[in-house]
Design a protein around this ligand. Structure first.
Ligand code: SAM
Length: 253
């Protein structure tokens, strides 16, 4: 069963709500419009800084080298792009995101850090990438695919723009396998996290959406199957922090 088949025809989920498919992108955009200026601070507060370890694990596994051309989709404020360039200064990274406010935060961070070369920012939907077929060496997406309306279409786009042999690497919240940890994580997610979002970002509803969208996202195995269905090979999965997050790696064979 795909993620989309759980909803009535023409509907999808937005957190725990059912909404018309045509509405979801606008709703997701409004979430990130609202949180953009507190996004980086909230990431650190919500995760106690652990998102940095997960992103470091992603870059370790990606292991970018030389003049590699990387597309970072849903790249937001540039966290993944900056880390790629720290590791591979000759890389070219295109940060694509549907939300202009998030891209502006990223561009401002880049200017503040004097990172003006090898980094391009583009407003683009993961479902309609304005890039030629077979044009990038690697496609990365961190905490983004969960927000996309049609995950299968985004995966097909990833496959299309990758060169043969190119690497797909996705970091996303996933499903905790240990029941005791899952209970603790649920209590934190549903009771504390939205309150923190209300207090720091003045937006409890957006952080409730975050928690709900994580619960609606397919587990490690189902998401791996969706990647296979998009045509990828060599699928590998690594759990992070007991499955709170997971990395899915694949190649366009
Ligand atoms: N990758 C960054 C990181 O790890 O810090 C940002 C992740 S943030 C949780 C999710 C991002 O996905 C937001 O910037 C949002 O605008 C973007 N996004 C949501 N739907 C998208 C879509 N259909 N296409 C491209 N970006 C999208």
């Amino acid at each position: 069963m795909t993620d989309m088949q759980e909803n009535a025809a023409g509907e999808t989920h937005f957190g725990f709500r059912s909404v018309p498919e045509s509405e979801k992108a606008r709703l997701v955009r409004s979430v990130f419009d609202s949180v953009a200026d507190r996004y980086d601070l909230m990431n650190d507060l919500m995760s106690g800084g652990i998102h940095r370890l997960w992103k470091a694990a992603m870059i370790d596994w990606l292991n970018p080298r030389g003049a590699i051309r990387i597309l970072d989709v849903a790249g937001g404020t540039g966290d993944i792009a900056f880390r790629i360039l720290d590791r591979a200064p000759q890389a070219e990274v295109l940060v694509a995101d549907i939300n202009v406010a998030m891209l502006e935060q990223g561009r401002n961070r880049a200017i503040d850090q004097g990172r003006l070369r090898r980094l391009t920012w583009a407003c683009m939907d993961a479902e309609r990438l304005a890039l030629p077929d077979r044009s990038v060496d690697a496609y990365t997406i961190a905490f983004g695919i969960r927000n996309v309306t049609h995950i299968d279409i985004a995966l097909a786009e990833a496959f299309r723009v990758l060169k043969p042999g190119g690497r797909f690497l996705c970091l996303e919240f996933s499903h905790v396998r240990n029941p005791a940890l899952a209970a603790l994580y649920d209590a934190y997610s549903f009771n504390i996290l939205p309150k923190l979002g209300g207090f720091v970002a003045n937006d409890e509803a957006s952080y409730r959406y975050l928690v709900e969208s994580i619960r609606r996202f397919p587990d490690q195995d189902r998401f791996a199957q969706m990647i296979v269905n998009a045509g990828f090979g060599n699928i590998q999965v690594r759990d992070l922090s007991g499955g709170i997050a997971a990395l899915h790696s694949a190649r366009r064979i």
